[in-house]
Design a protein. Sequence first.
Length: 228
Amino acid sequence: MIKLAAFDIDGTLAEVGRPILDQDVLLLKEIEARGVRIVLSSGKSIYYQMGMFRQVGLKDPVFIGENGCCIAIGSSLPPETLRLPIPASYTDQRADILADVTSRYAGRFWLQPNEVVLTFFFKDEETRRCLRQYFSAPPASVTVYEHVDSFDVVPKGIDKFVSLEAVCKHFGILPSECVAVGDGMNDLPMIKFCKYSIGIGPLAAGYTTYHFDTIREGLRQILRMVEP
């Protein structure tokens, strides 16, 4: 029995910078109506996600932001939150990384306003190459994810596995009752946590229980998994 479905957003539920398609919203709401708790797990902040999903119309979603560092329950403000301990080593290193990247590449990136994670949106391909080289050997206190438009600098030891585990403990849900849906390498931790998983598009088929080219096919697969 599936009780929780965790979704990445960009590249999974929606194309980067685009809304979720109306037909996919209907499928997502049907999954929720069948008793499945919907979790949105993204590199974006929880407040970005809450604004986006307030228009979607889910009844009681959970938001995991900044690749696992922030958790909010429901779309109302102020949110009910679950807090994960952030290592002091990361807090110290974060300031050094920000200062160094700014001194090297000032004006060539936009910094996403996060609570914990450093997210550098590069303005051109040359800056992407520079940042890729810069983060090729990151400090021991951080994990770095490269995306189509940005780099995330995340505390080592915190990821979508750890945050989804905290959510499931909060609601009394087992990993065997969960399915994760994603398209990238930063989704692999939550895919590892869940008994079932669905890869979308570029994520290699071998990583997940199922693999589809579109999210619509993935949503329909979840509905088949929760059919009465």
